[in-house]
Design a protein. Structure first.
Length: 149
């Protein structure tokens, strides 16, 4: 069986990865890192980066995350997938990938806990994944407590 981890450059993604690795180690599952590649736009020149540049960044991300798993000293199988479907949203690309695979048990994603207005404007990746995923989704978050003096 496999667990999918939706990954990007955020701390919430790293937390999802750590939780998925712990879960997979206990169950002897394979971990599949999934990144939906989007090309960045240079805000100064308004030029979209090349496919090769975006792919290179995605490959570097996957390499760093695989190294992170190795640092955790966990003996698990790891695979990675870079999705690049410009006509689809990240959620649609990922859910289509899951539907096309065998033995996907669960998806792990990180939640950034963005401001409500930001979520209203851009939408919520977590909510979309929960509502559209063909397999269960685990949303990880790091709740920060504030202390009043």
């Amino acid at each position: 069986m496999k667990v999918i981890v939706c990954v990007d450059e955020t701390q919430s993604s790293l937390l999802a990865l750590e939780n998925a690795v712990e879960f997979a180690t206990d169950k002897e599952f394979e971990v599949v890192l999934v990144h939906s590649m989007k090309r960045d736009i240079n805000p100064v020149d308004l030029i979209e980066e090349s496919y090769d540049t975006a792919l290179g960044k995605s490959k570097q991300l996957m390499s760093r995350l695989k190294d992170k798993i190795k640092e955790m000293n966990k003996d698990i199988d790891i695979d990675s997938v870079i999705l690049d479907e410009e006509s689809k949203t990240d959620v649609q690309s990922i859910t289509d990938y899951i539907k096309d695979q065998d033995n996907i048990y669960q998806v792990f994603i990180g939640h950034r806990a963005v401001h409500k207005k930001h979520e209203e404007f851009y939408g919520s990746f977590a909510k979309d994944m929960i509502s559209k995923s063909p397999v269960p989704v685990v949303v990880t978050t790091e709740n920060k407590l504030t202390q009043k003096n």
